[in-house]
Design a protein around this ligand. Structure first.
Ligand code: MN
Length: 132
């Protein structure tokens, strides 16, 4: 299943690697460098899934997640947080904000695309944010 993926990530090297791995498998990747740009692109482009860095300048990934999940038109789009925070409880914090998934950095090139595709394969659930 080819997907239109919105990647919100401020680090160019991380963007390059994620983009390379996903496009190699035939997915289309749209890139945003800030939370606000990501919100604007999500509204305009309606991606199939959003990969979201948590440590972003200005609006962080938690705030971006909360905004997306409070928008009726966008809340169905699965969000996978991609973060280098290795702290215990960070995954819970992502889920509390409304993210459906969580991947730790550094991303593993061997498994990254399969992990993303597993989220795409899930049936859409209108109340996804409420069932976590
Ligand atoms: Mn970052």
């Amino acid at each position: 299943m080819m997907a239109r993926i919105l990647l919100i990530e401020d680090n160019p090297q991380n963007r390059y690697l994620a983009c390379f791995l996903l496009e190699r498998r035939g997915h289309t990747v749209m890139q945003a460098q800030t939370g606000q740009q990501g919100l604007d692109m999500a509204a305009a482009l309606r991606p199939d899934i959003i990969l979201l860095d948590i440590q972003l300048p200005g609006m962080d990934g938690y705030a971006v997640t909360r905004q997306l999940k409070s928008d009726e038109a966008l809340r169905h789009i699965p969000i996978v947080a991609v973060t280098s925070f290795a702290m215990q409880g960070d995954q819970a914090k992502c889920r509390e904000a409304g993210a459906e998934g969580y991947i730790e950095k550094p991303i593993n090139p061997q498994s990254f695309v399969a992990e993303i595709e597993a989220f795409l394969a899930r049936p859409a659930s209108p109340g996804a944010a409420d069932t976590i």
